[in-house]
Design a protein around this ligand. Structure first.
Ligand code: ZN
Length: 612
């Protein structure tokens, strides 16, 4: 296909059976000193070095007249092409066998890729517009394949194959592409067409999905007042047996979910798993503003060669996580009780780890690359999640803004300010700037707040913050290993919580495998470690389930002798069970709430924005 773009790519799933794409990249004017090309080391939104160049196979370069050019490796992600005054054409293959939202996947059932995995960046020409031709795999068995992507179209056929365009490299890599025989449904929000594209085997109620997503999208649109300028928005959903994940993009999102998360025809209740799926959609759509456009200065532009540290991820992931479920409440898709259950589960995730006393949320943001994204068995003791504690911090900030402004100003206003003055004009936020803007909105010094809860490791006094809207925060002991919090203790177990060993267990053919040992727990004191497999308690064979039941039965103070394998060595431990810590959280509307608190609760539950 002919195009005048200075840089033109074409991509074809050349061999779905071997999981190979073939990409051709034509560069009209190359660097006279020798053109360098590279693939990103990471994908925006997922803060881990992934070195996508490792999947490049068989790269070759030639001139437009077919003269072969030498290419040499410059570093792990970069190739250097020999000096040449003519147009350069590169041909290379990409191995794609990672079914995640972060990279690329290809087999005979579908093709999915992020630009970061497949499009070499022409160094020195990152700002140039480029065109991309998307081609179907060869063969009759792929005749029904279609394309779904938010890439702006230029000249495509009825199946969506053909020519697309991007403003620059940053734009090119921000529109993931799905090809295959998916289900597609269309709805409108804010006058812009929205698509939901579902790949993988499923029997989802597409009409219901459209109806619920319309409400969520309109909710966020109303909060910010407008949608950024986009042609259309696409929810790309990959359905698998068991999976969960999402990644935000400027005009689309890639989601991975379990088959059972999606609503079935003929059912109109909201299951817990459908509620999480809607929360995920809500989360990624909110990112269309908060991180894709309102972003840290260090991300404008992204340095995709190496880690890019910021202490601000709490604002982009924490605030987004706060609004994802709040939007479900505000739309009326879930009740206040249901919302408080989700909030309680988030708080429980924070309270379950003593790592919250070792790492501040700001440091958790900064170290995301090496800690949050590379969690090991010691994670609960060493780190705090900038998502979970960030959500609570956003809630506390919202309550503080309401309190100090006599309910005139809320976090909604801060988000609108961030959109108008930073996101929309494309101005990045420097470290600490969000804190200053929040304080400026209410003309009140918030430095103590941020010092304690963002840069410090103090627990948020949630009762104090939530008294503004008459909600109470409660703590109790966990009722067994499956207790995720969010609700009061089941009445049958009110009198006694299980005795505490202080280890998280998983099933193992030989017994109960320890995945995590919590600090200051009986398990740690006696020397049990992650990886140990407990095979017997008091000389009787055990497993995860039996051990769980036993803890329910025993009183704190009971001494047990355990046998466990560490590697292939049998070891013996004496352990004295303890009282379970109060690390399980839930929230309740206060019985004693005054009319004033209830009025403020109603205003928090409703969106203060208007669609402009
Ligand atoms: Zn997110």
């Amino acid at each position: 296909m002919q195009t005048d773009s200075p840089i033109h790519y074409s991509i074809i799933p050349i061999s779905p059976e071997a999981h190979l794409y073939e990409v051709r990249c034509r560069i009209k004017k190359s660097d006279p000193a020798g053109q360098h090309l590279s693939l990103p080391a990471w994908i925006p939104g997922s803060y881990m070095i992934r070195d996508f160049a490792k999947n490049v196979v068989q790269l070759s370069a030639e001139t437009e007249n077919g003269r072969a050019l030498t290419s040499t490796r410059h570093d792990k992600s970069t190739w250097a092409i020999e000096t040449c005054n003519e147009e350069i054409i590169l041909t290379y293959q990409i191995y794609a066998w990672d079914l995640s939202v972060r990279s690329a996947h290809l087999d005979s059932t579908h093709a999915y890729f992020n630009g970061t995995s497949v499009f070499l960046q022409v160094l020195g020409q990152e700002d140039q517009a480029c065109s991309v031709e998307l081609l179907p795999p060869h063969g009759q068995s792929y005749a029904d394949w279609r394309v779904a992507t938010s890439l702006p179209t230029q000249d495509i056929n009825e199946h969506g194959f053909g020519l697309y365009q991007a403003d620059d490299y940053d734009d090119l890599i921000d529109h993931p592409v799905e090809m295959g025989e998916f289900t597609r449904a269309v709805f409108e929000a804010g006058g812009i067409p929205h698509e939901i594209v579902v790949s993988g085997r499923h029997d989802a109620d597409m009409a219901r999905l459209c109806q619920d997503l319309t409400r969520i999208c309109e909710q966020h649109l109303r909060l910010f007042g407008e949608l950024p300028t986009i042609e259309r928005y696409v929810f790309l959903v990959m359905v698998v047996g068991e999976g969960y994940g999402g990644l935000e993009h400027r005009a689309s999102t890639s989601l991975l979910c379990s088959r059972d998360d999606l609503p079935r025809k003929g059912k109109d209740d909201i299951s817990d798993s459908y509620r999480s799926f809607l929360g995920l959609c809500s989360h990624e759509y909110f990112h269309t503003w908060n991180i894709k456009r309102i972003k840290p200065a260090v991300f404008t532009p992204y340095d995709l060669r190496q880690e890019s540290h910021t202490r601000q991820l709490w604002a982009f992931e924490g605030i987004t996580s706060y609004y994802d479920d709040l939007a479900l409440l505000r739309t009326g898709l879930i009740t206040l009780d249901s919302y408080l259950e989700l909030l309680g589960q988030t708080a429980t995730r924070v309270w379950r780890g003593r790592g919250r006393f070792c790492q501040s949320v700001a440091d958790s943001s900064f170290d995301a690359w090496t800690k949050f994204y590379k969690q090991d068995e010691n994670a609960p003791n060493a780190i705090v999640s900038y998502y979970a504690k960030g959500t609570l911090l956003a809630l506390a900030l919202d309550m503080s803004l309401r309190k100090f402004s006599d309910n005139r100003i809320s976090l909604d206003d801060l988000m609108r300010l961030l959109w108008k003055e930073y996101g929309k004009p494309g101005k990045g936020l420097n470290e600490g700037e969000i804190e200053t803007l929040a304080a400026g909105l209410i003309d009140h010094d918030l430095s103590d707040f941020f010092q304690r809860y963002l840069y410090g490791t103090e627990d948020l006094p949630l009762n104090e913050f939530l008294s503004v809207i008459g909600i109470e925060f409660k703590l109790r002991a966990a009722d067994g290993s499956d207790d995720r919090g969010g609700k009061p203790a089941p009445s049958k177990n009110k009198k006694a919580a299980p005795a505490w060993l202080g280890a998280r267990l998983s099933s193992d053919p030989a017994g109960a495998r320890i995945t995590h040992v919590f600090s200051q727990s009986p398990a740690m004191q006696t020397g049990l470690s992650a990886g140990d497999v407990i095979v017997a308690v008091n000389d009787l064979k055990t497993d995860k389930q039996k051990l769980g039941k036993m803890l329910h039965r025993y009183q704190p103070g009971t001494r047990l002798h355990l046998h466990a394998f560490r590697r292939d060595e049998l070891m013996r431990f004496e352990v004295s069970l303890a009282d379970a810590p109060k690390d399980t959280c839930y929230f309740l509307p206060a019985d004693s709430a005054t009319d004033e608190q209830k009025t403020k609760r109603d205003s928090w539950k409703s969106n203060s924005g208007v669609l402009t």
